[in-house]
Design a protein around this ligand. Sequence first.
Ligand code: SAM
Length: 346
Amino acid sequence: MQEAEKLISGEKLTHGEYVRLVESYRDAGVRETLEKEAVHIRSMHYGRHVFIRGLIEFTNYCRNGCFYCGINASCKNTKRYRLTKEEILKCCSNGYELGFRTFVLQGGEDLYFTDDIIVDIISSIKNDFPDCAITLSIGERDYASYEKLKKAGADRYLLRHETADEKHYKLLHPSGMSLSNRKRCLYDLKELGYQVGAGFMVGSPKQTSDNIASDLEFLSELNPHMIGIGPFIPHHDTRFANEKQGCVELTLHLLTILRIMFPKVLLPATTALGTAQHDGRERGILAGANVVMPNLSPEKHRQDYSLYNNKICTGDETAECIENLRVKFKNIGYEIVCDRGDYPTD
Ligand code: SAM
């Protein structure tokens, strides 16, 4: 309980205290205390509002070989696709009709999408939907590239750091990838004025409480505007096919801790959480999350953006079923709003 009290009072925790805080997810009393605090903090900054983002998974080609990911370059059975600019704009106009005011362009690191091509896509979206925010989630690029995309009108960038522990990072990624470059990207993005999102998978293979404590410490140092966490879910075509799925209860506990650590952070109840448990997203909102990202990708490609087994891509996960989600959230006391949902600057 000591760590929980320290967290609530805003005191800085030691590494060992973060480890114990992470592990306290098995203690119902601690969880209840933290959850009450997280809900109170979220309501001070966001009331009962939940922001929506329309997720457009525009390419599943990827040059990287992240061992956990079902669209990594060595997954030979993945049916590859990329959307044209016209298809992306069509997704945006469908989303706009449904009330979305943020579009998230996410994809593998696909070399086809040069800076010029992405700049053209961003400019076209901004031209057609000037009141909407654009979030990019297209991986590691250099400073000059991030700068061009920002100048073209991109507002936000999601790039999970995946794990803040060097040794653990090497267990999850091939030798050509490095935690230092991942972190460099995040700091570059911040310097360029993006609203930046970092994050990690909960229960990724060989992850320890010590690793998660390092994630919390890294996030404190970076101080991002958005944090994406969700349970690791194995993908049948990767080397981690037989690993255990990440724990839903621990994910919820961490959402609660993150809300207390970063009161104004934009915190999604992720698709992975909704895949791991049927009411995962509602439980995520009740734990302190305030964002959901329904899928706006063309239906015929949704199955192919298969990051992990059984990824939900039908029913209430789809942007078209936003009304169902609206009712579900209303039933737990929350309201989906039609808003860009920027990070509050005051
Ligand atoms: N290529 C971009 C990047 O590297 O940030 C964005 C796409 S990447 C597929 C989006 C996120 O999916 C990753 O940051 C990772 O955390 C998550 N992801 C990948 N495989 C996963 C798995 N097996 N279980 C849960 N999440 C996974």
